[in-house]
Design a protein around this ligand. Sequence first.
Ligand code: GLN
Length: 249
Amino acid sequence: MNTKRLTIAVSALAAALMCGCARQDDSRVKMITEATFPPYEFMRGKDIVGIDVEICRAVAQKLGREFSCETVDFDSVIPAVISGKADLAAAGITVTEDRRKNVDFSVPYVKTGIVVVYKKKDGFAGPDQLKGRKIGVQGGTTSETYVLEQLKQEPDRSRSPAEAVAALKSGRVDFVIADIDPAKNCVKGEADLAISDFITSEEYAVAIKKGRPELLKAVNETIAEIKADGRLAKWIAEYTAESDKLKDK
Ligand code: GLN
């Protein structure tokens, strides 16, 4: 084998080892999300937009790569980075110890939590009131975990916070549990509905396949930069205003 052939063979072997089951495309940063979660990700016509999209686009810019974004159901978001279908998962993903077993998390970019959406006529005095009642949640979320682990009952699963709130309005469920921002968006303009204070304290971060330290470093540096230069605060304000307006239509 001449030197050139040997080099090709060695690089092919290295590439195969690096790629695992899915091919790693280094020309692009592929983001995976679930675009029913305003203001973090939602549809503007055919485009997926929102705070998380801006964060991942800023990572791609930092790395000098193209950027693409796809939306799937929330329970398929983390599996997509594990399989290598996507490089970054950002979907208002709460950092949990369970998820940490399967993916690496960036530094957090938002402190937040889940709340109860209730009918004003029913009121909401505290989590004890939820026991034994029908609770709507978006499947695969920390709201689902809350119902399973804290209330020790089965939730009614929907594909989005808005669908869960529609089930509350139609009377199929008695309460909805969801992250505060999409919950606020859903109750906007709904005179009969209200939201509680936080019932948990959570943090959002970007999820990355384990064993990609350069990508993790780039995401962490990007988050530090967008926090420091005011971009993150600006995106939060702009996308909250935009998604509130969509609700008004
Ligand atoms: N923060 C919640 C979670 O990670 C919900 C996220 C979402 O529905 N997009 O489970």
